[in-house]
Design a protein around this ligand. Structure first.
Ligand SMILES: NC(=O)c1ccc[n+]([C@@H]2O[C@H](COP(=O)([O-])OP(=O)(O)OC[C@H]3O[C@@H](n4cnc5c(N)ncnc54)[C@H](OP(=O)(O)O)[C@@H]3O)[C@@H](O)[C@H]2O)c1
Length: 350
């Protein structure tokens, strides 16, 4: 597993990190907690020892399962969670809704006020069962709170030893610059944007800014929620209530287009490397200059092991160019910009 330093911090992360959104359930349909805990332990065994979660993933469930799975092995792990999206203390902003484990919609809102992020950090420490969070990230820009106020509160949490490093997620370049300025001598560790072969928008702004400013990038949904594994044939039906069912990226037409490119262009490369399609896609992702690591969701030990192995796969430039050329020709009926969890809001706050 290749490893990299996260921005200017003393944190080191594997190039493939474990994304713990899917194990929270809700949007992702049924989850099995035993499988989830086994996936987390398999990840640790394979050196994929950094875990990204958030309070809102399964409304606390993802953090709790992660904490249980890490019991006795906390020292081996880099624990990364978030603040800034609340469901249990609503203040009337009524930003959007998310599915809970029973398929019901619940109101959720962004809140990055200093007093709110403090409460959330304490709740996360409790749910995770740890005494320090390695990386705390603001989940999404709260337009009602100045960036500097949030950063001030997070810097205090760091000074108190409750968090080790500070990052953000889904921030525009202007907000990133403001966060960095507000933190002063404390490094802004990272941003967490969406990035995949089907969603390369950050190459225009966030990615060059992060490289120039030595801020890490932990990119999310690199497999486009599984679409880029090639496992979703046109005949596949999604479970009722599963979020992917209503996602434009997963229309039968789009699945056909993506699978055609995967089979004709990526499969020969995968065969030459004795790798899977998912591993080649992940290896391409983490080879992009400026990307520190890819956050990849896994629901069982098999997926976790397969994804971890991608962290040792190196593609030569000709393979990477061939993959890029092939995907440049894929025109989805709607672009694969994130439309799930916070998509509408991110689009508005950019
Ligand atoms: N900051 C943000 O706003 C934000 C937003 C989204 C995600 N994230 C982070 O990024 C992480 C990754 O994103 P994501 O989970 O949305 O999408 P992803 O990593 O692109 O896709 C995850 C899904 O892909 C499938 N998968 C993964 N490995 C596989 C394998 N080896 N073989 C076959 N299928 C495989 C699984 O689907 P099945 O469910 O069908 O098994 C899994 O649930 C999240 O867990 C979260 O930590 C952050």
């Amino acid at each position: 597993m290749q490893r990299r330093r996260l921005g200017r911090t003393d944190l080191e992360v594997p190039v493939i990190c474990f994304g713990a959104y899917a194990i929270g359930g809700g949007y992702w349909g049924d989850t099995d907690d035993d499988d989830a805990r086994a996936a987390i332990r398999a990840a640790l065994d394979a050196g994929m020892n950094a875990f990204d979660t958030a309070p809102v993933y399964g409304f606390g469930h993802s953090e709790r399962v992660l904490g249980e799975a890490l019991a006795g092995r906390r020292d081996e792990a880099v624990v990364m969670t978030k603040v800034g999206v609340r469901w249990e203390d609503l203040r009337g902003a009524d930003d959007f809704e998310m599915l809970d484990a029973t398929g019901n919609k619940r109101k959720v809102e962004r809140n990055s006020r200093p007093e709110s992020v403090r409460v959330e950090a304490d709740q996360s420490l409790e749910r995770l069962g740890v005494d320090r969070i390695d990386l705390i990230q603001v989940h999404a820009r709260d337009p009602r709170t100045p960036v500097a106020e949030t950063m001030g509160a997070l810097a205090e949490l760091r000074a108190e030893g409750k968090v080790r490093a500070i990052g953000v997620s889904n921030y525009s370049v202007a907000d990133l610059a403001e966060a960095k300025r507000a933190l002063g001598d404390v490094p802004l560790a990272s941003d967490q944007p969406q990035y995949s072969l089907l969603a390369r928008q950050i190459e225009r702004d966030v990615l060059p800014w992060a490289r120039a400013n030595d801020v890490g990038l932990l990119v999310y949904a690199p497999l486009e929620q599984g679409l880029l594994t090639g496992k979703f044939g046109v005949e596949r039906r999604f479970a009722e209530g599963e979020g992917r069912a209503g996602k434009a990226t997963f229309s039968a037409e789009n699945r056909k287009r993506v699978n055609t490119v995967l089979q004709t262009e990526v499969a020969p490369i995968a065969r030459r490397h004795d790798a899977t399609l998912a591993q080649v896609v992940l290896a391409w992702t983490v080879a992009q200059p400026g990307v520190t690591a890819a956050l990849v969701g896994a629901r069982n030990a098999e997926q976790a092991g397969e994804n971890a192995s991608a962290g040792s796969l190196e593609l030569d430039p000709s393979d990477r160019n061939a993959i890029e050329r092939a995907f440049a020709k894929v025109k989805l009926s709607r672009p694969a910009r994130w439309r799930g969890l916070l998509g509408r809001l991110f689009a508005r706050s950019r």
